[in-house]
Write a protein that binds this ligand. Structure first.
Ligand SMILES: Cc1cc2nc3c(=O)[nH]c(=O)nc-3n(C[C@H](O)[C@H](O)[C@H](O)COP(=O)(O)OP(=O)(O)OC[C@H]3O[C@@H](n4cnc5c(N)ncnc54)[C@H](O)[C@@H]3O)c2cc1C
Length: 477
C-alpha cells in the first residue's frame, strides 16, 4: 500500500475525498466539530482533521481504507458518554473522528430466536424499546441509556444495573460485524448460541475501546420479559450485612435478583442537598443502605412475600435496620432516582477523585475498611463517597480530599489518591476498572497495576490487528 503522512495543506484534498464517500456526513467547520472534540465531562479536548459520519458499513469501510492509505489515525465515537476520555482525539492529533450516529437502524428482530440485529449507532434506549415491542427484554441498562450507543456499549463492555443477573455487555452479544484497521469488513454476524469453531474473535473487539477496529453491526441476545417487579430500599447495619442480605435474597429468590446496589449515607446527603425533588424514603438516619430490584415470571405478590421473608430474616440477625418496598412504579422510580443522582450530586460538590473498582463480592466489606484506612493515613480528613453495584463486587469508591480544589489544575491532574485506592484493590486481586474502561484517564494506572505479561499479550493482539497503530492511538496501551 502506498502511504504517506500529508502536510496540513493536503487536508483540502482529503476533505474532498471524504466528501465523495460520505457527502453531508463530513464536518470540517470548527463549530460543527467542537462537540465531537471534547468528552462529555469537559475534561479532555483534542483536534481532528475532520469529523466523518458514515451512513452505512460500505461508507465506513471506504473511510477507514482512505485513512489507512494516508496514515491518518481514527477515533471512533458513539454517544460520547464515556468516562475515560476514550472517544476524544488527542490535542494536535493527526486524526479523524468517526461518529456512528447515522448508522442507527434496527435491521432485524427475531423474537423466536431471541435476537436483534442492530447497527452500531443505535441508541441503547431505542434498542430496549424495540425489545419491549416484541415482548422481550434487552437487559443492558445504565444512566446514559438515552444517548449512549450500542457500539460504545460494546466497545467499553458497559456494565450498568442488571449485570448481577444478565452479565455485562460482553454477555449480551452473539455476533459482530467489524471494519478492520485496513478497511476490510469482517462479517461475524452469527445468531448462534453454540459455535465452537476456534477463537471467539468478537470478544477481542468488545471492551477494546475502538483500538482494534470499528464495530458496525451486532447481533444481540434478548431475554424473556419479567412480569413481576419488586424494588426495595433498606437501611443496613454495615457492608457485611449487605453481603449477607444479598446471599439471603438469592437463596430465597434465585436469579430473580437483578440489581443490588450499596449506598453510603454521605451519598444520600449529597443527593438531598444538590438534587431537587429527592427525599429520604426511611425515617431515621443510617450509615448504609441497599437498593435492590427483583423480577421474575410469576406475580408481584408471590415475589414480594419472598423478598419480605429475606428482609425479615436479615432484620432478625441485626442486618436490616429499616426497609421500604415500593408500592408503585412511581415510588420505585423515586428509589432509583436516589441511586442514579449520586454522580451528578457529587460533581456539583467539587473536586472528587473517582474509582470504578471491583473485588470479589465477599471481599467488598474488607475493601471498604482497608481503602478507608489507607486514605485516612495518607490524606487525613478524606470524605469517602461510596456506592455501586455490590452484587457485582463493583464500587464507585470516590473521595473528596481536604485542600484539593477544582480550580487547581495540579489537584485535578493528581493521581496520588487513585494510587492509594488502586494499591488496595490490586492487593486484594481486584480490578482498577470494573465497567468504565481505561481510555486516557487510567492508562498510566493500567501500566502500573496490570501484570507485565498481560500487557505484553495485549500489545501482541494490538500489533496483529492494527500493525500501524492507527486505531484510537493513545488509548488503553
Ligand atoms: C450518566 C451516566 C451514567 C453512566 N452509567 C454507566 C454504568 O452504569 N455503567 C457503565 O458501564 N458505564 C456507564 N456510563 C459510561 C458510558 O455511558 C458507557 O461507557 C457507554 O458504554 C459509552 O457509550 P457511548 O456510545 O457514549 O461511547 P463513547 O463514549 O462515544 O465511546 C466509548 C469508547 O468506545 C469507542 N467506540 C464507540 N463506538 C464504537 C464503535 N462503533 N466501534 C468501536 N469503538 C467504538 C470509542 O472510541 C471509545 O473508546 C455512564 C455515563 C453517564 C454519562
Amino acid at each position: 500500500m502506498n502511504t504517506h503522512t500529508p502536510l496540513k495543506s493536503d487536508f483540502t484534498a482529503i476533505h474532498a475525498q471524504l466528501a465523495t464517500i460520505v457527502g453531508a456526513g463530513l464536518l470540517t467547520a470548527a463549530d460543527d466539530m467542537a462537540p465531537f472534540l471534547r468528552d462529555w465531562r469537559g475534561i479532555y479536548t483534542g483536534n481532528a482533521i475532520a469529523v466523518v459520519r458514515p451512513a452505512n458499513v460500505d461508507e465506513l469501510s471506504r473511510v477507514v481504507a482512505l485513512c489507512a492509505t494516508h496514515n491518518i489515525s481514527i477515533v471512533p465515537q458513539g454517544g460520547n458518554t464515556g468516562m475515560c476520555g476514550a472517544a476524544t482525539p488527542a490535542a494536535g492529533a493527526h486524526a479523524i473522528v468517526i461518529g456512528l450516529s447515522r448508522m442507527n437502524r434496527i435491521l432485524d428482530v427475531d423474537a423466536l430466536n431471541n435476537t436483534m440485529t442492530v447497527e452500531a449507532g443505535c441508541i441503547l434506549a431505542n434498542i430496549q424499546q424495540a425489545a419491549t415491542a416484541v415482548g422481550r427484554l434487552f437487559p443492558l441498562s445504565l444512566g446514559a441509556e438515552g444517548s449512549c450507543q450500542i457500539g460504545g456499549n460494546l466497545s467499553t463492555n458497559a456494565g450498568g444495573v442488571n449485570v448481577l443477573r444478565y452479565g455485562n455487555t460482553r454477555d449480551q452479544v452473539l455476533g459482530l460485524e467489524v471494519v478492520l484497521a485496513d478497511g476490510r469488513i469482517w462479517n461475524g454476524l452469527r445468531s448462534l448460541r453454540k459455535d465452537n469453531t476456534g477463537y471467539d474473535l468478537k470478544q477481542l473487539f468488545i471492551g477494546a475501546e475502538g483500538t482494534l477496529g470499528i464495530i458496525s453491526t451486532a447481533v444481540l441476545k434478548l431475554q424473556p420479559r419479567p412480569r413481576s417487579q419488586v424494588v426495595a430500599f433498606a437501611a443496613i447495619e454495615s457492608p457485611d450485612a449487605a453481603v449477607a442480605l444479598l446471599a439471603m435474597l438469592r437463596a430465597r429468590c434465585g436469579d430473580a435478583v437483578t440489581a443490588f446496589e450499596l449506598i453510603s449515607r454521605p451519598c444520600l446527603d449529597l443527593v438531598f442537598k444538590n438534587i431537587p425533588a429527592t427525599r429520604d424514603p426511611l425515617g431515621d438516619r443510617h450509615d448504609w443502605y441497599v437498593l435492590t430490584e427483583l423480577g421474575d415470571a410469576g406475580d408481584d405478590a408471590a415475589l414480594q412475600s419472598r423478598v419480605e421473608a429475606a428482609l425479615t430474616e436479615s432484620a432478625e440477625a441485626g442486618g436490616v435496620l429499616d426497609a421500604a418496598i415500593a408500592a408503585s412504579g412511581a415510588q420505585a422510580a423515586a428509589f432509583w432516582k436516589l441511586r442514579e443522582s449520586i454522580p451528578d450530586a457529587a460533581r456539583i460538590a467539587g473536586l472528587i477523585y473517582r474509582h470504578d473498582i471491583s473485588v470479589a463480592v465477599s471481599k467488598v466489606p474488607d475493601f471498604i475498611r482497608a481503602a478507608g484506612a489507607a486514605l485516612e493515613a495518607r490524606f487525613p480528613g478524606t470524605r469517602v463517597i461510596c456506592f455501586g453495584h455490590l452484587g457485582d463486587g463493583n464500587l464507585h469508591y470516590n473521595a473528596f480530599v481536604p485542600g484539593r480544589d477544582l480550580a487547581d489544575p495540579a489537584a485535578r491532574a493528581a493521581i496520588d489518591v487513585n494510587c492509594v485506592v488502586h494499591d488496595v484493590v490490586t492487593g486484594m486481586g481486584g480490578s482498577i476498572s470494573a465497567e468504565h474502561g481505561i481510555g486516557v484517564s487510567k492508562r498510566a494506572e493500567l501500566a502500573r497495576c496490570k501484570q507485565p505479561l498481560e500487557l505484553e499479550l495485549m500489545r501482541s493482539v494490538k500489533q496483529a490487528l492494527d500493525p500501524r497503530g492507527l486505531m484510537n492511538p493513545g488509548k488503553i496501551l
